[in-house]
Design a protein around this ligand. Structure first.
Ligand code: 3PG
Length: 411
């Protein structure tokens, strides 16, 4: 029986296999390193089990079809993912499980995945995505522009809702809770949602349609209860920190017919496994999974313009993972957030294009004239960049933008 898990050069049927590309760092020959992954994650282990029959190996064994340089491509038969239960936890336990700890591999990074339709069709995908959010906000072309209420924690519900109102009056289309705010005693979920909903109603009456994403990340058994409380109090959008919550937390909300509002997905903690180029999981992989489980918007980075570490080519790849054709699933809108301010807009939008949700927390609330002026300045910068007008020029007739640029500069 051949048990090397090698099928180099074999053309895999993309509907018969979940295909993964790994970047591997190892002292072993690259084919051997690849076969260690395929073996560990399908029918094998460190020795040949006497119970491993030819039939089991042939039917359920993963295959290394490419091993070149430091890259290997492994195909996992779809039957390894069959059955009613398992979901994303099982997918990840196979394609991103024990392999990360194998002593024989000094580093391994899951770079990309291609999930066959027979698997994706079991998941909801985004209900709204880019086109749905544009419709709700009546913003057909330009990027969606949002803020994150700052400080991250500490504001009581009334002051919190006032911030949202001021941001809406400045013209923003979106706002959101920060990733660390859920239901703390100083700003309980119910009181916060109710206060924000009142202000969003007022903004709508005044001609400023806006939505706010309420963070309901919590223990798995409570997330639907948290969603209920938020929805009963008028929530128009919910938010989940997907890596601390788990992909299933997004899925359960996307699948529940009583939820029905767009889901904003934050990536807090991603740097623990995405930042090292030689070990971990890439953001594009996370993007495909978030899209599959139903995230309508997902943070992917700021293309080197903000405060967070960036790998620009990977961010462009993330954008594609969220928006390119994927078995007919709606595109998820990429979110650019983290250390942004008006001066970044031309460079950011040149890289992101217009199908993006841009957000600034400090870059709105830190404006010397307050939140409304900060929001106005951000919108002015986006308008200027959209129309190809240099910020310096536009700022001559737009005071809020001028002050923002004086405060933070152009980079
Ligand atoms: C986020 O949720 O992306 C951050 O809290 C961004 O905040 P900042 O714009 O102040 O960096």
């Amino acid at each position: 029986m051949k048990n090397e898990y090698l099928a180099l050069g074999e053309e895999l049927d993309p509907e018969g296999y979940l295909i993964c590309d790994y970047r591997v760092k190892s002292d072993l020959p690259i084919e051997t390193a690849g076969s260690r992954i395929a073996e560990e994650e399908s029918t094998g282990t460190w020795t040949r089990p006497t119970t491993l029959t030819e039939d089991i190996y042939e039917r359920y064994g993963a295959k290394v079809v490419m091993a070149q340089g430091n890259m290997v491509r492994v195909g996992y038969p779809v039957i390894d993912f069959s059955g009613e239960f398992g979901g994303v936890p099982q997918i990840l336990s196979i394609i991103a499980g024990n392999l990360f700890g194998l002593e024989s591999l000094r580093g391994v990074r899951l770079q990309d995945i291609w999930i066959p339709k027979v698997i994706t069709e079991r998941y909801p995908g985004p209900r709204y995505g880019i086109s749905g959010l544009r419709k709700i906000l009546d913003r057909p072309e330009k990027p969606l522009i949002g803020t994150i209420v700052k400080p991250k924690i500490g504001l009581p519900p009334k002051e919190f809702a006032d911030y949202v109102y001021e941001a809406g009056k400045g013209g923003l289309t979106n706002s959101k809770d920060d990733e660390t705010l859920v239901d703390q005693d100083f700003c309980p979920l119910e009181a916060r949602v109710s206060a924000v909903s009142e202000k969003l109603d007022l903004l709508e009456e005044e001609g400023h349609p806006m939505i706010h994403a309420h963070n309901i990340s919590t223990s798995a058994h409570e997330i639907l209860d948290a969603a209920d409380i938020a929805l009963e109090n008028g929530a128009r959008q919910l938010m989940v920190d997907v890596f601390t919550e788990g992909f299933s937390g997004v899925q359960v909300l996307a699948e529940d017919p009583s939820v029905g509002v767009p889901l904003h997905v934050h990536r807090a903690m991603h740097g623990a496994f995405t930042r090292d180029p030689e070990h971990g999981i890439s953001m594009p992989v996370a993007c495909k999974l978030v899209r599959m489980v139903g995230g309508d918007s997902f943070h992917i980075g700021t293309y080197g313009t903000g405060k967070m570490h960036a790998n620009i080519s990977e961010e462009l790849h993330s954008e594609k993972a969220l928006t390119e054709e994927m078995h007919g699933i709606h595109p998820t809108i990429p979110v650019s957030s983290g250390g942004l301010h008006p001066g970044h807009m031309p460079e950011l939008m040149a890289k992101s294009g217009n199908d993006v949700q841009i957000q600034a927390g400090g870059g709105v609330s830190g404006h010397p004239d307050g939140v409304r002026a900060g929001a106005t300045a951000l919108m002015q910068a986006v308008d200027a960049a959209f129309d190809g007008i240099p910020l310096r020029e536009y700022a001559k007739s737009h005071d809020e933008l001028r002050k923002a640029l004086e405060t933070w500069g152009y980079r």
